[in-house]
Write a protein of this length. Structure first.
Ligand SMILES: [Zn+2]
Length: 319
């Protein structure tokens, strides 16, 4: 054995003695390496901090069930539209048949399609909530995503609930062609009927929110919230650069850039999300929901009359 071989063999031994242990623990999911700052965090701590890195504030992607767990009061979540499943009306095939692709994702994620919808309480206040899941075909919006979100909004309209939609999407699902694109108009229509009832709608833009989702319900909120450093845009950066033949700023299509330019109303870190949403919703409760709970004594009775008058005149104003 030459000296060179000996060094090579020795280095290999050393590597297998030290590295695999750490790698194994990362692989087991005991530790998670931050994609932004490379710091190793105990996965349980990371989960406890809602998958936000304590070192640098990087927001790791979370699935729909974890998101619902973070937001909704324990034991109050009721999922709706669970029986809607996707079909393959265009018999679409790229490298793989669309129907096979769907089956693979359904097995991998345990979901029917890329969104979960339902109702629950957020700090005691009822909401209708949709959570898109990027793990299912990049959160793409096909007929099922469109239909489920639409039914949720209609449910919210009927019950008088505010609607919150967590967006995470690569855009419309190309495998369903035109049928995907028409979901944009369908959901926008449902939102208009919700708005006509003076109910609150808040989209929350998470990383990434792009394409047809941005071009419809993600931008139609009464208040539009984004998570920090999320990519939000319509067309991809390269497409725009090639079309404009211009270099775009580095922070183009980020939450921060959109906030600066007035497309987003607030950037809310995930750890503050539940509290902030609950606060916004409680401030926008319809009057009839608050008034019956007021402690009314005789002198307050008159104040109440005044409030009713204000409500009546406000309603007239909006008519
Ligand atoms: Zn980090």
């Amino acid at each position: 054995m030459s000296l060179f071989d000996w060094f090579a063999a020795n280095r290999q031994n050393n590597e297998s003695a030290h590295q695999p242990q750490q790698e194994r623990e990362i692989a087991d999911g005991l530790w998670t390496k931050c994609k932004s700052c490379d710091v190793l965090t105990y996965t349980k701590d990371l989960l406890h901090n809602q998958m936000v890195c304590k070192e640098c504030g990087f927001h790791n992607r979370v699935g729909s069930s974890e998101r619902i767990r973070q937001l909704i009061d324990d034991g109050t979540w009721v999922e709706i539209s669970t029986n809607i499943t996707p079909t393959d009306p265009l018999k679409f095939r790229d490298k793989k048949a669309y129907c096979d692709r769907l089956k693979d994702y359904q097995e991998k994620t345990g979901m029917n399609d890329a969104v979960v919808t339902g109702t629950g309480l957020i700090d005691g206040l009822p909401i209708a909530l949709a959570v898109m899941d990027f793990a299912f075909m990049g959160g793409s919006m096909g007929s099922v995503v469109g239909e489920k979100i639409c039914r949720l909004i209609e449910h919210g309209t009927a019950e008088g609930f505010p609607v919150v939609v967590f967006c995470a999407s690569g855009g419309a699902r190309m495998q369903e062609g035109m049928l995907s694109l028409m979901q944009m108009a369908k959901i926008s229509g449902a939102l208009e009927r919700h708005r006509a009832k003076k109910l609150l709608y808040i989209p929350v833009l998470t990383n990434p929110t792009t394409g047809g989702v941005t071009a419809s319900f993600a931008m139609l909120g009464d208040l539009i919230i984004a998570e920090p450093k999320a990519t939000i845009g319509f067309a991809g950066r390269r497409v725009i650069e090639q079309t404009l033949r211009e270099k775009l700023p580095d922070d183009f299509q980020t939450s921060e850039y959109l906030l600066q330019h007035g497309f987003v109303d607030a950037i809310v870190p995930r750890t503050e999300m539940k509290r902030t949403l609950a606060q916004m919703i409680s401030l926008h409760q319809p009057f009839h929901a608050i008034l019956p709970e007021l402690q009314i004594e005789t002198h307050v009775e008159q104040e109440k009359e005044k409030v009713y008058e204000t409500v009546a005149s406000t309603n007239d104003f909006y008519k």
